[in-house]
Ligand binder design. Structure first.
Ligand SMILES: Cc1ncc(C[n+]2csc(CCOP(=O)(O)OP(=O)(O)O)c2C)c(N)n1
Length: 331
């Protein structure tokens, strides 16, 4: 029979694999962007993978998530299909939103991924509404709501937490605190003692975790999700992490203190997971093989997206808004 230690190691291997897939998805997408293969720009979450992986690894398939402008990791960790996601970034037919959403609007209802969102804090009221819907349906599924440290200074944060707490809705709020809001140190624009205190002031139980320790994130999320699911009301997980790259794929992040970045690189969540796995006896070559396999999967998705057709022009008015009974020609 598998010992506790073996089980923990196998589980960490799976979390490492998931983080490697998120990391390589973004590295390959960034290379494609640099090569001019995809339109627009991307918001990379490189350095923050442990939050997405840890939280989503303890969700059920029928649980829902809402995400942010930096949402590739959340979607992949919830189980989104890689080729469909890559095609979406490339704006091609067969993308998860038929090539019409792009990076900041990835959604896949089949896995409970209710959407990335270009509006800072925009996912919060959607998550709370979805939780109210689940309550009405009599479901015991829950909603995990990801948002950044910048989002806590927007009105929807207060509105969402207040509503969820008042109705004891099944939401796990996850504040992915990468210390900056776009290009601004969040602490320079945030009053008071921070997100945990703000949550508690609304009656939402909250705790902080080292967001670069994937096992710690998974353990804390599992504990809080169990409370949410048994009806204790919304909970908040504050995950401290660091964004290793700039705000977008076009930002070289030259505005940052280089020493801070050097320190952060040593605290990379993938490196930390690798160190732990090596200490438990996993060979370096096996860890490299996981990364190589992930990179091959992502490069195959890039090649697939490059050769995929563009969406049909006739589909342009489908899915985007309710145009009512008026024929398109009369608008
Ligand atoms: C309502 C709104 N205001 C401003 C912006 C411009 N904007 C894009 S990202 C961002 C910072 C968000 O900070 P945070 O939530 O901490 O996420 P991060 O980008 O740091 O990961 C801002 C202000 C926006 N997208 N939406």
């Amino acid at each position: 029979m598998e010992s506790g230690a073996q089980h923990a190691m196998a589980r960490l291997m799976e979390l490492y694999r998931l983080m490697a897939r998120i990391r390589t998805f973004e590295e390959v997408a960034l290379a494609a962007h640099a090569a001019g293969e995809l339109p627009g720009y991307l918001h990379p979450s490189i350095g923050q993978e442990a939050v997405a992986a840890g939280v989503c690894s303890v969700l059920r398939r029928d649980d829902r998530i809402t995400s942010t402008h930096r949402g590739h990791g959340h979607a992949l960790a919830k189980g989104a299909e890689v080729k469909g996601m890559m095609r979406e970034l490339f704006g091609r037919a067969g993308g998860v939103c038929r090539g019409k959403g792009g990076s900041m609007h990835i959604a896949d209802f089949s896995i409970g991924m209710l959407g990335a969102n270009g509006v800072v804090a925009g996912g919060i009221p959607i998550a709370v509404g979805a939780a109210q819907g689940l309550r009405l349906l009599g479901s015991d599924a829950i909603v995990a709501c990801f948002f950044g440290d910048g989002a806590i200074n927007r009105g929807p944060f207060l509105e969402g937490l207040n509503w969820a707490a008042l109705y004891r809705l099944p939401v796990l709020f996850v504040c992915e605190d990468n210390a900056v809001a776009a290009f601004t140190a969040a602490c320079t624009v945030t009053a008071g003692p921070g997100v945990v205190a703000r949550a508690e002031s609304c009656g939402v139980a909250a705790e902080s975790v080292d967001g670069n320790d994937v096992e710690a994130v998974a353990e804390a999320a599992a504990r809080l999700i169990a409370r949410v699911r048994r009806g204790d009301g919304p909970q908040l997980l504050h995950a401290r992490t660091y964004r290793l790259l700039g705000h977008t794929s076009t930002d070289q992040a030259a505005w940052r203190d280089p020493d801070e970045v050097t320190r952060a690189r040593a605290n990379d969540p993938l490196i930390r997971a690798r160190d732990r796995l090596r200490a438990a006896g996993v060979a370096e070559a096996d860890l490299d093989a996981i990364l190589a396999e992930a990179r091959a999967e992502m490069e195959a998705a890039r090649a697939d997206a490059l050769q995929a057709p563009w969406p049909e022009a006739a589909e342009a008015w489908e899915d985007v808004q309710d145009i009512g009974a008026e024929p398109v020609e009369q608008l």
